[in-house]
Design a protein around this ligand. Sequence first.
Ligand SMILES: Nc1ncnc2c1ncn2[C@@H]1O[C@H](COP(=O)(O)OP(=O)(O)OP(=O)(O)O)[C@@H](O)[C@H]1O
Length: 823
Amino acid sequence: MADDGMLMNFEIGDVPISNQVKFKGGRWRDRVKAQKSVKKWDTDRPKKDSNTPTVPSSGRPKTARYIPGVGVQIEGGEGDEADRPAKRPRTDSDAQPAQRPQQPRPQIKSGQTSSKLFTSNPTHTTTFDDKPAEETEEAKPSNAPLSGEAENFTALGLSRRIAQHLSTKLEMKAPTAIQKNTIPQLVKEDNDAFLQAETGSGKTLAYLLPIVQRITALSQNEDGSSTGVQLHRDSGLFAIVLAPTRELCKQIAAVLERLLRCAPWIVSTTVTGGESKKSEKARLRKGVNILIATPGRLTDHLDNTKVLDVGTVRWLVLDEGDRMMEMGFEDDLKTIVGEIRKDPLKHETKDGVVLDKVLPARRVTVLCSATMKMNVQKLGEISLTDAVHITATTTDEEKDAEGNMVESAFAAPSQLKQSYLIVPAKLRLVTLIALLKSTFARKGSVMKAIIFISCADSVNFHFDLLKSTAPPPKPKMAPSALPSPDDSPSFGTGANASTPKAPKVDTSTDDTVAPATYITSPANPSIILHKLHGSLPQSSRTATLNSFTSSKDPAVLITTDISSRGLDVPSVDLVVEYDPAFAAADHVHRVGRTARAGRPGKAVIFLQPGCEEGYVEVLKQGASSVPQPQLYDAVLQKGLSTPVQLPGGGETAGEDEGGRRNTWMSRAEALQLSIEQRLLVKEDDETENSRGGRNRYAPAKKDDPLLDAARQAFKSHVRAYATHVREERGYFDKGQLHLGHMAKSFGLREAPGGIGGGVVGRKRPANGGAANKFAAAGQGQKRKAVSREDDGEGGEVDEEARRRMKAKMNALAKAGASEFNIG
Ligand SMILES: Nc1ncnc2c1ncn2[C@@H]1O[C@H](COP(=O)(O)OP(=O)(O)OP(=O)(O)O)[C@@H](O)[C@H]1O
């Protein structure tokens, strides 16, 4: 007869268990086994000396738990490695690593079956107000279109045709504030400009509309009649827009394409990394009037594509200029600015159309960003002359006493509701799941959420963990939004804007889009998970973003900072910064993916108790209303008020220390344990194979891919953690990280070793000063990481943990007691 899965809990204090515990009931064999286990534990355990505290550090009494088929486990006193008390902040008086006494290697208790999350966590310093939050008046959206009677596009100098097109086809009746301030300037004047306005305030159209207006004016009078000039695609290249990422280039191209439907003779296209250079060359040969490019690929074409003639270029737009500098494009930008001359080489088209009367007589450079970092100042020096600083609210330039632009405070849209969640490292993963679960608990309340994570490895792991193991259903998409099998980046729409055939590209989203588990609810049984980072093939990146943008089901995008700039997905209601941004300015761009163009939005950032809590002061600088604190327990209570669906079917039951089932704490621990077990489940197969039990000739299986992914993610995450900008490293101090606790948030029972090797900081292009800076940071990091391994957090311990866990899994399987229904 199979065991009944009975679990017994005994409080044992600190007296010898063998004298205290008598086992009754169950089969005699189990009773004998239990008694033996107790005796063994009693003999093996270190004997208490007078200095040994009688109560464990957690303050909870020890508990003996008997599990049929497994034996007795003692819990509560000496926990697993991850249950050590949080490290205290190191002080100068601490011993140097070499002088420190050798730390004993952490041990995993045999047969441990609970994953303790609520003990040994550091305490927070944030004070929480128990009073219910007072109803505050909803903030007036700061990036919405203007609402006054007189606010219309024609008043800004745009033709009636364009204004009508905006109103009827694009449903834009009135300009936003930045558009109101920028359009007249760029339509009438030929000065360089620096546009600085909040995220989601319409900067793209602010610079595109004047360009399109002035190019159409070559062939059309204000009343719509012809000027007698026929413009076509090889009349010349008039404008180049540069953006840091391929996704952003495609997005700008899509906005322009919709705008150009009212002037179909103007042709635009993109040249971006990751696309076929041959087909890009073919399109450039046919002629293009507006080009959207990433800096690297444009430099490549300037060097190698003879047909690319920049002699007629009148506008150079640097969208997200600070990001391009940060990404190490400084040299490319210098080359581009040098090649596209300030005083253009050509003043008329091939057909003899004089350009200078209608288009600017000189190259106009427009630099845009929602934030302004010091590197924008540098880029301004490279590219701008006598620039006008245009903002949404004022036209005052922010300059220091010497007239240099100063790094101004960044600002998020006023209607964005920001909060921060204090979560100890051990509880991060379950709290994230609980947060998403409660977010999607009601149908229609949240449609799309973006989760920002520090590095690609961690994105991969979290995506693999949260996705369902069931075969993915085809996501529901609007037919027009489905990624085209021919993912041609040409956006010309006119009669002569033939779309050259691009080579067939793989638009598969098999590995990047999947239905989610853990976070679904009866109201929202189908939530589609997406992942996006820079190491994915371009075709997958494009198809994944298309899928997320057009998904009719609720959708979650797990991503790195690659999605922080410029991405415009209107129905994003929530942004979660699971890992805080590496610089406060990046935080503003991340949270700016919601609350766009006057719409509401929420943003939550995870912070750990301790020095990270100080980061709130930085957050406050960029928020129009004070970010609200939340503690993890409220999120867990809300999110885990119902059982969690597990990937292979079934759901967490959960039983707490007192045997009470289905409390939020027991559910959180059950969820954590089920994840830890999932990471190790393949080991059984490995053992079977190596024993020849299943197929003696089959090669022994490697580690579970999810376990490998978790370890890799953990290592990359810890390395990335060390690369916060210098000014913010006080809040994100790697020395304060408890690696064992952090490992739990990757479903690992131990911190894997090898973090010290190859620490190089955030992935950067190999050129430019930024790369050197990060390499230098990495070296410092390496030293620290090596000393951590000396602390005994190496890989061997992890192997030991796996072996023990495997034994426990086997035992549980034999006992037929499956608490967690792992399918
Ligand atoms: N005048 C307008 N009326 C209504 N919606 C508008 C208007 N102008 C722009 N939008 C919409 O506002 C959203 C944000 O625009 P855009 O992407 O240009 O913002 P942004 O300022 O460049 O933001 P970011 O700094 O995040 O890149 C888009 O969905 C766009 O369609």
